[in-house]
Design a protein around this ligand. Structure first.
Ligand code: PLP
Length: 442
């Protein structure tokens, strides 16, 4: 069993999305991180196969980001977020909008992906109301979608285990079907070929049920990360865009995971050539170094909401004490600088074929029923152990950790998405360990 740091009291912390009892029986403590490695409390170096939790694309311990945060903490630790400004939040918004695809104009800051999702849903409602279409209140998500844990995001989300304990959800929500289908798409390389027609469900099933004039927005992840790397069928997102356009419905891409280089571009919207009306992001926005989320809106949305309100009013009564926090703004500017200066998205595109080859080399290992990949993201799906769903993938996660590799498990799936600075030989090491472990837990 791994060491608990000397004198550390484990009695009081309630860990998030964690088997608290399992953790205490088998603690895993991270002490430091640098580049693509963590060091645990025992001094073991562990290869980070998931960029922390999909956040640290530029690798850990970047001095440019650490210095920017430290400088800012000394200069201005906090300024009131409401009715007051500080220069760095405006600079961070300008950098983020310039980093986003063409046609986006404003960024609204919050502190997490969950808050970004809920903020985007509220912007959608406020936008329609400002245009005199206040009846547009329904929100459409997708089965197996993940938009964080706040009530809005949870309701449009579609992961059963995240919802069922929490009673009433936000009303007026409906869901598209999941696009994940192993019968048609198992072992796809890149975007699956089958399934673009699943977008038509919006027009065939959901719009007739509610009437387009009552629907505010559709929110989807360009690829679903948290539910186990579910990739969009080729053409699916473009079709969703067309249907939303025909029906006056806003399209929100939740890019909390897919943003900042996971797919080799600043945002997945660019890779797929499909422009949503809003992009939510977080995680990589600061390279994970300080909590920060954002909603980036297309030209016209800010003006519509703001200009519809009386001149002296608070036009959009929504925000957080820490919106645009000075330390987060400093970290975001520094992180975007690193991504741009070092060409990390191009690097991810260059690594993609090697990464794809390495993960698909695991085909044929025991119980592997699917392998899928796009950009620097991959998943290996395992057959459930009879009578014990989810246990096999969890065992793989725990054994990988024992062998100095951090991956993530979700249901029956192992997800991998290393920092964009990983080297080819480290990619090989990652998948060698994963392959050996999958064989061992068979
Ligand atoms: N949206 C998506 C697509 C995510 O993947 C996540 C987290 O993984 C969230 C929202 C929630 O982000 P946070 O945990 O920062 O609230």
């Amino acid at each position: 069993m791994a060491r608990v740091p000397d004198g550390l009291n484990l009695d009081n912390y309630w860990m998030p999305f964690t088997g608290n009892r399992e953790f205490r029986s088998n603690p895993r403590f991270i002490a430091r991180a640098e580049g693509v490695h963590f060091t645990d409390a025992d001094g073991r170096r562990i290869l980070d196969g998931l960029s922390g939790l999909w956040c640290c694309g530029a690798g850990h311990g970047r001095p440019e980001i650490a210095d920017a945060i430290a400088r800012q903490a000394r200069e201005l630790d906090y300024a009131p977020a409401f009715q007051m400004g500080h220069p760095l939040e405006f600079e961070a918004a300008a950098r983020l909008v310039a980093h986003a695809p063409h046609g986006f104009s404003h960024a609204f800051f919050c502190n997490s992906g969950s808050e970004a999702a809920d903020s985007a849903l509220k912007i959608a409602l406020a936008y329609h109301r400002a245009r005199g279409e206040g009846a547009r209140q329904r929100l459409i998500g997708r089965e197996r979608g993940y938009h964080g844990v706040n009530f809005g995001g949870m309701s449009v989300g579609g992961i059963p285990g995240n919802r069922k304990a929490f009673g009433q959800q936000v009303a007026g929500v409906d869901h598209l079907s999941s696009t994940h289908d192993l019968e048609h798409n198992a072992f796809s390389r890149g975007e699956p070929q089958w399934g673009a027609h699943l977008a038509d469900e919006l027009e065939r099933r959901i719009i007739p049920l509610h009437d387009a004039a009552n629907i505010a927005a559709v929110i989807v992840e360009p690829f679903a990360g948290s539910a186990g790397v579910l990739l969009p069928p080729r053409g699916y997102l473009a079709r969703l865009r067309e249907i939303c356009d025909r029906n006056g419905i806003l399209l929100i891409f939740d890019e909390v995971i897919s943003g900042f280089g996971r797919l080799g571009y600043a945002f997945a919207a660019e890779r797929f050539g499909v422009m949503p009306d809003m992009i939510t992001c977080a995680k990589g926005l600061t390279n994970g170094a300080v909590p920060m989320g954002a909603v980036i809106v297309r030209e016209g949305i800010y003006e519509t909401v703001v200009n519809a309100a009386p001149a002296e009013s608070v036009e959009f009564p929504h925000g957080y004490t820490y919106s645009g926090h000075p330390l987060a703004a400093a970290a975001a500017i520094a992180a975007i600088g690193v991504y741009e200066r070092e060409g990390l998205y191009e690097r991810a595109r260059e690594l993609e074929p090697h990464f794809e080859g390495a993960v698909h080399a695991l085909r044929g290992k025991p119980n592997v029923i699917d392998i899928r990949n796009l950009g620097l993201v991959a998943a290996v799906e395992l057959a459930p152990r009879p009578g014990a769903p989810g246990v096999r993938a969890k065992e793989v996660f725990l054994k990988c950790y024992e062998r100095n590799l951090m991956v993530r498990f979700t249901g029956e799936t192992i997800a991998v998405s290393p920092p964009l600075v990983i080297e080819r030989n480290e990619i090989d090491t990652l998948f060698d360990i994963l392959g050996e472990v999958i064989a061992d837990v068979a």
